[in-house]
Design a binder for this molecule. Structure first.
Ligand code: NAP
Length: 399
């Protein structure tokens, strides 16, 4: 990419794991990209101010208005003077900021508004915040034009690359037999359910192959993240749940595969590094040289694959169920899980009870259409409150 094609990028969630790695990619390609605006929650204003100064952002937003004075002070220390915006409306204003690409690296259901606003403004959306697509499925799909969403999740980036590679005439949907989504299996791979009763937050936060934010790390340990990714694949690639297979691949080198009707399988391989899918989404349709290191073919190594143990990790089967139900069901699955993860990280809910709680809340929920933001947010709020209630009950019983 050359300076005359320099692409402007908005980074939402710039202080997080995805956000900081996106800024690494941008810093490594100064001729290719410039940062238009940044947004974060407000938990790390010092870092946000440093980023704004280094990348000369035109605007910076924090979701928590109480952090604005500290942000202004930190910006002044760095000699930066961008437009400062605050609150959910401020974050939404940044999501619609004039730019070529908006990278949504906000964590959780909170990312929904930004996804919708960026799509409505006509921006290319580099989507790390899978939750917004999953909970707002019909809404997001109605707004998104073909090719407007570029997946940042490594598995979906891999599927996308396999589809691009499918043949000289381009992608033929009828030639695809199934998608094979790989899972590292997380830190508790191979354990039975009873062997996970004593898992602590510290143990769940130690992922064997990826370094990520806390929610997705716990979700990778429960396999809820894989469940969310199955729904994400269904929505992104318009493929039935019966044609999406999950396979455990502990080395996290093959990021996913596409099996074709002629028996051929195309796989995408690279060492685990989110900068590759981020670079692909920001630089599309080009590839950025040196975005990540390649597989080292000069050393011996082994890649292994094994089926998922659905009994020990019921989160994926439950996700298939809510995904097939549609409407508000995926939003309920996600919100109950976010509340369950919160309670687990506070030490109030045992590890296996996270998914048990999600299953209970999903079973109690009366599914309704999810055609408006209000409908999605109402289901989200109900599920969050119900999961918190169940977690409190469980904590009371164990005291
Ligand atoms: N990390 C990975 O490798 C990875 C891989 C695939 C997909 N993803 C997905 O990417 C998303 C981000 O994950 P992460 O691991 O980067 O999370 P993270 O490290 O926890 O970072 C979350 C970011 O969101 C910001 N934020 C929180 N609430 C916000 C709000 N209301 N408005 C605007 N920004 C807000 C945080 O700001 P503060 O710093 O101020 O709190 C932080 O910058 C998730 O959807 C995750 O599933 C992540």
């Amino acid at each position: 990419m050359h300076a005359d094609t320099q692409r402007s990028v908005v980074v939402l969630g710039s202080t997080g794991s995805i956000g900081t790695q996106a800024l690494d990619v941008i810093a490594a390609n100064p001729g290719g990209f410039r940062v238009a605006a940044l947004a974060a929650g407000g938990g790390r204003v010092g870092l946000l101010a440093r980023q704004a100064a280094e990348f000369r952002a035109e605007a910076v937003a924090v979701a928590d208005p109480a952090t604005v004075p500290a942000l202004r002070e930190a910006l002044a220390e760095h000699g930066a003077d961008p437009t400062v915006l605050a609150g959910p409306d401020g974050v939404a204003e940044v999501a619609a900021w004039q730019a070529d690409v908006v990278l949504n690296g906000i964590t959780g259901a909170l990312g929904l508004t930004s996804t919708l606003v960026a799509l409505e403004a006509g921006r290319t959306l580099a989507l790390a915040n899978k939750e917004s697509l999953i909970i707002g499925g019909p809404l997001v799909k109605r707004l998104a034009k073909p090719g407007q969403i570029l997946p940042v999740d490594s598995e979906h980036s891999a599927v996308q690359q396999c589809l691009w590679a499918s043949g000289p005439d381009g992608h033929d949907p009828d030639a695809v037999r199934r998608l094979v989504i790989t899972a590292s299996g997380g830190p508790f791979r191979g354990r039975k359910r009873a062997e996970m009763a004593e898992v602590t937050p510290e143990m769940a936060l130690a992922h064997p192959t990826w370094s990520m934010g806390p929610v997705i790390t716990v979700n990778s340990a429960t396999l809820v993240n894989k469940g969310l990714e199955v729904i994400e694949a269904h929505l992104l690639f318009d493929i039935g749940f019966d044609r999406i297979t999950v396979v455990v691949h502990p080395q996290s080198i093959i990021h996913s595969m596409v099996e074709y009707i002629d028996g051929s399988t195309i796989a995408q391989a690279s060492p685990p590094d989110m900068r590759l899918p981020i670079a692909l989404a920001l630089g599309h349709p080009g590839r950025l040289a040196g975005a990540s290191r390649p597989v080292d073919w000069t050393t011996a190594h082994t890649w292994t694959f094994e089926p998922l143990d659905d009994e020990a990790f019921p989160a994926v089967a439950l996700a298939r169920h809510v995904g097939a139900e549609g409407g508000t069901a995926p939003a309920v699955y996600n919100a109950a899980n976010e509340a369950g993860v919160d309670a687990f990280l506070r030490g109030e809910l045992p590890f296996p009870a996270i998914v048990d709680t999600v299953a209970k809340v999903v079973a109690e929920h009366q599914v309704t259409p999810a055609d408006t933001v209000e409908e999605v947010l109402a289901a989200d709020a109900w599920a969050r409150a119900r999961a918190a209630e169940l977690a409190e009950l469980a904590a009371g019983q164990s005291r």
